[in-house]
Design a protein around this ligand. Structure first.
Ligand code: 4AD
Length: 429
């Protein structure tokens, strides 16, 4: 058996090959039937005619419909008119399934395609999306393995909120109520005392009622935590990681990016270092661009979009006011009302893909910030223990993998970048 990509090669001319796949397109003139077959590796034209098949066989193949599944054996020849430059003349075949008409065709509405995502993921466009995502996930892990990190597996059912109680998903747990993890950060912090440099790629859950282009209720969260480093060193690692992931996508997915219409030259320009802009300075810049923002305002999807249309590379925004971020962030010793943190905003209007920074590692300081946030220390006893036994400076971050994929592929909404989006209005299929 061969793959389609393998036989799109002059070495196979005149040879017999066996291919498996699904009918992508079919067109017949009566005497000749052209089938475009697809498998996971590509497309190839097949020819059915009575020259190499019986009239019954030729009729049977000619009556097949899109997405029927089959195996064919035939001879390869070069044909510049064919979709990928080669054609296989069928000698024998086996039909696995003859379809009724396939429900998905061109120009269908977004909701219909979302209801039929299980079928739509076979499309050329979505296959390209899946291949790009696969590269992104591998490249993220490879980058950290290559830099001496360990991959760890934190729990998903948890009893402690990381990013505030308002976006917690509650689930029953043997008479108790627990929640689904919003972030693995606190668990990653526990692992650094054994491993120093750790990462995970896990699902995170946010019960956010947002209907923006960038919110999911379940998303893939790539997080890392590193012992002994501060905010600036953390950003240095992250910008190299983003550069590496983008370069791997260019290297492995050029064809997929073309299918998706993504400008590859733009991506080639995504090189570290990325600009660092303090939150206070960004507010001044935003005012100069005429945006109604002032110091102390939070940045949502709309504000970030309007800011990031002005940039063609990602930007780190640092030193947010303490009031805008969660309790665990380290205040800046030079100005304790601001924190040593960063958001990485993607260009072309995409906005935040990473949130991270330096963690408070002094017990008293952390207890004080928890009290200011009305949190019960009992709920966080294990997190506080980390500040009692061998505490050290450390930093970390969380990267929304679906947001990264969404931006790299320049999709319309984040729902176009994940196979089975979970949003406030969608849990099927
Ligand atoms: O900024 P966030 O909330 O930070 C944290 O969760 C930290 N505890 C991470 C850490 O330091 N380990 O979320 C991090 C990233 C965001 O920048 C965004 O990319 C993504 O997670 N994210 C979402 N992605 C899709 N849908 C949502 N509803 C998201 N919420 C956050």
């Amino acid at each position: 058996m061969h793959s389609i990509a393998e036989v799109l090669n002059k070495d196979y001319i005149g040879k017999d090959v066996t291919l498996h796949g699904w009918i992508y397109r079919i067109r017949t003139s009566g005497k000749l039937t052209f089938i475009i077959l697809r498998d996971s590796t590509g497309l190839i034209q097949l020819l059915s005619s009575t020259k190499s098949l019986t009239p019954e066989q030729h009729r049977e193949l000619s009556g097949l419909t899109v997405e029927s599944s089959l195996e064919v054996t035939g001879t390869v020849r070069e044909d510049t008119r064919a979709i990928t430059g080669f054609e296989v003349e069928i000698h024998s075949y086996r039909i696995f399934q003859r379809n009724e008409s396939f429900p998905i065709s061109r120009d269908l509405g977004e909701e219909f395609l979302l209801d039929n995502r299980h079928l739509w993921i076979r499309s050329r466009e979505f296959t390209a999306v899946l291949k790009v995502r696969s590269t992104i996930f591998k490249a993220f892990a490879d980058f950290y393995y290559n830099n001496g990190f360990y991959q760890v597996q934190p729990p998903i059912m948890v009893s402690t909120a990381t990013e505030g109680g308002s976006t917690l998903f509650k689930v029953p747990f043997f008479g108790e109520e627990v929640s689904l993890s919003q972030s693995s950060q606190f668990y990653l912090e526990t692992f650094i005392f054994s491993l120093e440099k750790v990462f995970t790629i896990s699902p995170s859950f946010r019960a956010e009622k947002s209907r923006t282009r960038r919110h999911l209720t379940e998303y893939w969260h790539a997080e890392a935590e590193v012992a002994w480093i501060g905010n600036e060193e953390m950003m240095k690692i992250e910008e190299r990681m983003i550069e590496y992931i983008v370069s791997e996508v260019i290297r492995h997915n050029e064809e997929d990016l073309k299918i998706l219409g993504r400008d590859i030259e733009f991506l080639r320009n995504i090189r570290a270092p990325f600009q660092r802009i303090r939150y206070a300075d960004l507010m001044k810049m935003a005012q100069e661009w005429g945006l109604p923002l002032k110091y102390g305002d939070d940045l949502g999807a709309d504000e970030e979009r309007e800011i990031m249309v002005h940039f063609d590379k990602p930007v780190f925004v640092t030193h947010f006011p303490k009031s805008l971020k969660t309790f665990y962030h380290m205040p800046d010793p030079e100005n304790p009302d601001e924190i040593l943190c960063h958001d990485l905003l993607a260009p072309e209007g995409y906005g935040e893909i990473i949130g991270g920074g330096e963690r408070i590692w002094d017990l008293k300081q952390l207890e004080q910030r928890m009290a200011e946030s009305n949190l019960d220390p009992k709920d966080y006893y294990w997190y506080l223990d980390l500040r009692k036994y061998g505490s050290i400076p450390h930093s970390g971050f969380g990267l929304g993998m679906d947001r990264l994929a969404w931006w790299i592929m320049k999709q319309e909404t984040i729902r176009d970048a994940i196979p089975y989006p979970r949003t406030i209005r969608r849990i099927k299929p």
